[in-house]
Design a protein around this ligand. Sequence first.
Ligand SMILES: *Cc1c(COP(=O)(O)O)cnc(C)c1O
Length: 314
Amino acid sequence: MIRYLTELSLEHFTEAARNIPYQQIHSDLFPGLNVWIRRDDLIDPLISGNKAYKLIYNLLEARKQGKDTIVTCGGAWSNHIHATAAAGQRFGFKTIGIIRGERPPKLSAMLQDAERFGMVLRFISRKEYRNRHQAEFLEPIGFDPDSSWFVPEGGANSEGGRGVQLLGRIITETAPVIFDECWLPCGTGLTAGALASVLPQTTSVTGVAVVRDEPGIRLEIKKWADQVEDQSKVDLILGGHHGGYGRVSESLRQTMTESERKEKLALDHVYGAKLMSALTHCAAEPFNEENKRQKNILILHTGGVQGKRGLTNN
Ligand SMILES: *Cc1c(COP(=O)(O)O)cnc(C)c1O
């Protein structure tokens, strides 16, 4: 059954998050592991995955401060832009998306959605976009701090981290078994770091980097998980990006096809499939088998299925 977030309140959101199912995966791909997947892609068909968690406190704060506009930024296939545009339409905010690069003759399917949801798109050059972390970045669009709330790229601010920590607490509360490891894809690393900061000490976090930016990810994880006593609690897998952000290899395509066919699980090529592929490789390493026997592994489905439309056949 498809469920929607229908109301902007912490109670409603928390209730929806508590009802997210954990699905056990019985697959010969993971010998010796008990693998479960938490389906946060199902929290809402449009405001999906970890982006929903990163948005919730941003939206609540904007509402509390009486701001009627959410301004954010991203690329042509950003799941965060998609979720923000949908959330704006759902909960009655105007939205402005600052998009990296020139406006193309034909918008990506994601940007078409965003416009349909009412987001105003402002295209800026890649050079200007590089200043996205500077205060001047918002000047050219005439950002008005009295009426507008800015959410940085990917939802990576302290409100975003708080939302992910809420997810971590809900996992702790609702987990069907005690998980030894929690696996998820890493873009900025915020989700991995914020989760590690609240998950119980018994659950380590393994992030699969989907970009080449190892120092950036480590820094972001550290920002959130610095208080974690045992720093070995967060593990980063670096070789699983299949060539870089958004890049696709033949083996990645196979992972996507197989998970769809065998597990009825739709994965996108940017995040989900890279995660699944890395876990498959790890499970297949014979020297690790002894260590991993009987381990309970939690995979987070962080959403992003809309981005699959960007997968071309060349
Ligand atoms: C944005 C995104 C991520 C990455 O989250 P970070 O907190 O930036 O590491 C992972 N999975 C999906 C589907 C995403 O959209």
